[in-house]
Write a protein that binds this ligand. Structure first.
Ligand code: CA
Length: 707
């Protein structure tokens, strides 16, 4: 084992010291102490338990409990001023917003469309890469999703999920494929963007797709060694005529009306999955309904289990245990798919085993993870859709008309979420949860849309069955916060405004620090107690990925991957001021260590320049028709209003929009599929011309300084 050679160094002494100090400070993490002993002979496996010493970061949230916390404290509030760059590694174009892992001195991550990388931490040297060629394999699945947000590790193998739906096991030493399995129908419209999780010899993965297609959610567990399917749990019922998979589906079906299965239902497990080793339990966080509008999906009736829920299953068998539904009858994309963290807290003088989550709807939930009983729920940002969460029933006390039954309605938070996929962190040392919070409002209006006249846009396109406008509230200057939250008292400890609307994933450490990146290129360490800036680094690129920390040869390292990616690009107008360009932006692995002396090249400033178009003539009707297609097909990557946020090229600056032939080659023929630009072969010549007219109009707006 690699871990043996590591242990044979003097560094083991200081690591042991670190682990001892971690064990004696603060309230204990779940499973502290006992599990580390019985976790088996391999160091990596012990490292996955929540009380482990932190020398590795072998899973998305470091441990099974997903706290995004490391007890390491060599880098602390005193020494952090000496933290400097050890090395950096430039990455090619493609999604860099992805959580890395580290095992035995090797860093692993999957950037772009799940291109796996292994890097030697000591030298920054790239050891191998593996490209699953996901865009080429994805077909229509390429129309939504941005590549991988994370990677998993088990017993000498790393695991990636791909846009086209494969789960692939890769030999961690060689980068060669050990096995590969398809987790979905080849031509259905599911895709994978979330990180797989490994536990107890299994790997589990879900998928996304319910914002854009008729999708029925599920998660599947596979044998980590062979890739053989062990169980699959569906999160919403299918057509009763086909029979139910289990009693849970039979129960869930009673909460649906009409012919919901024709709409897919939704409830995808696209991000949050947590494993509790003590009880051998898997917690699945489920997503929105398909479509969002319940009037279409379920005749406006019923709780629609298990949408927007925490569904709890037996980890060995996938058998249903219990559920807690965050948003009964969901109608707003209020996912319960944001990370779920396990902790042992003392509440009202009693030790409680809790699950904590800050879902899109703006309330912070503390749930008894053994019974599913709600302990407390309070808003961590302004929430105007509900007055409160009723503790007894666990249900929200909704404000009038939030289901847009009496015309348009505006409230907070928006479907961008009060918290998105970038993970929060819990420090057992400070007792606080650190949440990357978003503060936007939304207007819903389904006037004129009925079950009878609504037809889903075919071929995977944003289509919710309701008109949705997400915007900053009037006059709002601050669109995001770093919120430090006390989960015991359900009160804010402190709060800092953060740049832009989409702030980076969090990491908390035993050194009393909280690390977070931002779209303005700052990568910051805050004092976990009071939010004071302890250290700041100019990453010369936006940072939204979650950082990690680990120890090699007795040195504590911090790694984060810089560059803009994933879903933030839809809100390009809110990112415009940061000058992030898909083509020219820097994507880079940054690894820090005390007294690191490496430097980065200067940042090249970017301001979009409209393509020169002397023949442009305005045609408002054609441009409007093009805008309608653009909004459901293209905006998700190229940005609302054709203002890109860095996840795809800004088309106002693209020479391609000057040529019908070029647009035809790209949009119709798929010339840029390997880069991640999907084919839209069903769009007619007229459709394509209208899109082109819209983009030339937007280029003209840019040229003339119009918003
Ligand atoms: Ca959604």
């Amino acid at each position: 084992m690699l871990s043996l050679s590591r242990r044979a160094t003097l560094a083991a002494v200081s690591l042991l010291a670190l682990s001892l100090s971690a064990c004696t400070s603060g309230p204990s993490a779940p499973g502290n102490g006992t599990e580390a002993k019985d976790a088996g002979p391999s160091e990596w496996q012990a490292q996955l338990t929540d009380g482990s010493d932190g020398r590795d970061w072998p899973a998305f949230g470091r441990t099974y409990g997903e706290q995004h916390y490391s007890p390491l404290d060599q880098v602390n509030t005193d020494t952090v001023k000496r933290l400097g760059l050890a090395w950096s590694l430039d990455l090619p174009a493609g999604n860099p917003a992805t959580g890395p892992i580290e095992v035995d001195g090797i860093l692993y991550f999957a950037s772009g469309y799940s291109i796996a990388h292994a890097v030697d931490v000591r030298t920054g040297k790239l050891l191998w890469t593996f490209d699953p060629k996901a865009p080429e394999a994805a077909g229509h699945k390429l129309r939504q999703g941005w590549g991988s947000r994370g990677i998993a590790y088990w017993n000498g193998k790393v695991y990636i999920g791909t846009q086209d739906g494969r789960l692939i096991a890769i030999d961690a030493k060689t980068g060669k494929v050990v096995w590969s399995t398809m987790t979905m129908g080849k031509d259905d419209l599911r895709f994978i963007s979330g990180p797989p999780r490994a536990f107890d010899g299994m790997v589990i993965i879900g998928n996304g797709g319910a914002d854009e297609a008729a999708i029925r959610g599920y998660a599947t567990a596979y044998d980590a060694e062979t890739g053989k399917q062990i169980w699959r749990f569906y999160t919403v019922p299918g057509n009763p005529k086909d029979g139910f998979e289990n009693k849970a589906m039979e129960m869930a079906a009673k909460t649906w009306s009409g012919e919901w299965w024709k709409y897919g239902g939704g409830g995808t497990v696209w991000n949050a999955i947590t494993y509790d080793k003590e009880s051998d339990t898997i917690y699945l966080g489920t997503g929105n309904g398909s479509p969002w509008n319940r009037k279409i999906r379920s005749e406006g009736k019923g709780d629609n289990l298990f949408l927007c829920s925490i569904v709890v299953v037996n980890a060995k068998t996938g058998e249903y245990k219990w559920h807690y539904q965050i948003n009964p009858g969901e109608s707003w994309d209020y996912n319960a798919a944001m990370d779920m963290q396990l902790a042992d807290l003392s509440i009202d003088g009693k030790p409680r085993k809790v699950l904590m989550t800050a879902p899109k709807n703006g309330f912070f939930y503390v749930i008894d993870r053994t019974s599913g009983k709600l302990i407390s729920a309070k808003p961590f940002v302004t929430t105007t859709w509900a007055k409160s969460i009723d503790i007894k029933s666990g249900r929200p006390v909704e404000e009038p008309n939030v289901r847009y039954e009496d015309g348009p309605v505006t409230f907070k938070p928006s479907p961008a979420g009060a918290h998105s996929w970038t993970p929060m962190a819990f420090s057992p040392k400070s007792g606080l949860v650190y949440i990357p919070a978003i503060d936007l409002e939304v207007t819903y209006d389904d006037k004129g849309i009925t079950k009878e006249n609504w037809k889903r846009t075919p071929g995977m396109a944003l289509d919710y069955g309701v008109n949705v406008v997400v915007q900053p509230s009037k006059g709002a200057k601050i669109l995001s916060y770093l919120v430090a939250w006390d989960p015991v008292t359900q009160k804010e400890a402190w709060r800092l405004p953060t740049p832009g609307h989409f702030n980076g994933g969090l990491m908390a450490t035993g050194g009393g620090l909280v690390f977070q990146g931002h779209p303005d290129s700052s990568f910051t360490a805050y004092d976990a107690k009071n939010g004071g800036v302890a250290w700041n680094f100019d990453a010369k690129a936006p940072v939204v990925a979650p950082p990690i920390t680990y120890s090699v040869d007795g040195k504590q390292y911090v790694t984060v991957i810089a560059g803009m990616g994933t879903s933030a690009g839809l809100f390009g107008p809110l990112l415009a001021k940061f000058g992030i360009d898909y083509r020219t932006q820097t994507r880079r692995v940054l690894t820090f260590v005390l007294d690191g002396k490496a430097t980065l090249p200067a940042k090249v400033p970017y301001k979009p320049q409209a393509v020169d178009d002397p023949d442009f003539k305005a045609n408002a009707t054609a441009a409007k028709a093009g805008e309608n297609i653009f909004n459901v097909r293209c905006a998700v990557c190229h940005g609302g209003g054709a203002i890109a946020g860095g996840t795809a090229p800004d088309l106002r600056t693209s020479g391609a929009i000057l040529s019908a032939d070029a647009i035809s080659a790209i949009v119709h023929d798929g010339a840029l599929v390997p880069n991640g630009m999907p084919r839209f072969e069903e769009l007619s010549v007229e459709d394509r011309e209208n899109i082109r007219r819209y983009l030339r109009t937007r280029a003209d707006d840019l040229r003339k300084g119009r918003p």
